[in-house]
Design a protein around this ligand. Sequence first.
Ligand code: SAH
Length: 231
Amino acid sequence: MTYEEMVSLLSGKIELNEKTVERFKKYASLLKEWNEKMNLTAITDEPEIVEKHFYDCLLPTDHDLLDDKLICDLGTGAGFPGMVWAIAYPKCVVTLVDATGKKCMFLNEVIKELNLTNAFVVNSRGEDLDMREHFDIVTARAVAPLNILLEVCVPLIKEKGLMIAMKGAKGKEELADAKKAVQKLYLKVININEQALPNDEGVRYNIILKKEKKTEKKYPRSWAEIQKKPL
Ligand code: SAH
């Protein structure tokens, strides 16, 4: 996918102006450069970066959903979806969380080179973060199965806030397996947005859940317990 195709496909949802596209180009070039030194992404061809990282990350969003929101992207890796959202929606404030120090170094470099003032990096495991009931929206892509992911993410969301879980073809199955987690964490599924990437590149299930009540203090448990006995 070219940048022009991305802009045109997303035009009903979000206006990506010239400055924004320039930022995406710079981001792609930093990604390619740093990927030679460390393993950031398996996708290194620029049209693929545009489609499978940038366009893919913008699919579950729109202006009304993200504008002015306090957002956390947990397990952001090389910045997906959080950095993409910070670039496309300059009025939201995004905290990018990742457990791997080297990835955080890359993220800080992108923020500096793109002069982003609405993205911040925290090098931590999600379950150790001291930001309970803090964010309007928590998101994650390709981090863990939904039942495990929810226990780590949901304590960080404000009451009435949203979880946006970006999932692939197994999204529906994962949601069925996460039934108990949805109940115990007082969540309500409000939307399952099913979309196909162009060029037969696969299905996306973006699951949006609303947090109806504060999370009980016993969650999240330690990572070992979460893994051993998922909700
Ligand atoms: N979201 C990105 C990266 C996916 S790879 C993308 O879609 O491309 C998963 C990332 O999650 C890794 O960078 C790993 O360091 C991080 N991660 C896994 N479990 C985590 C946890 N509990 N807390 C914080 N980061 C975590």
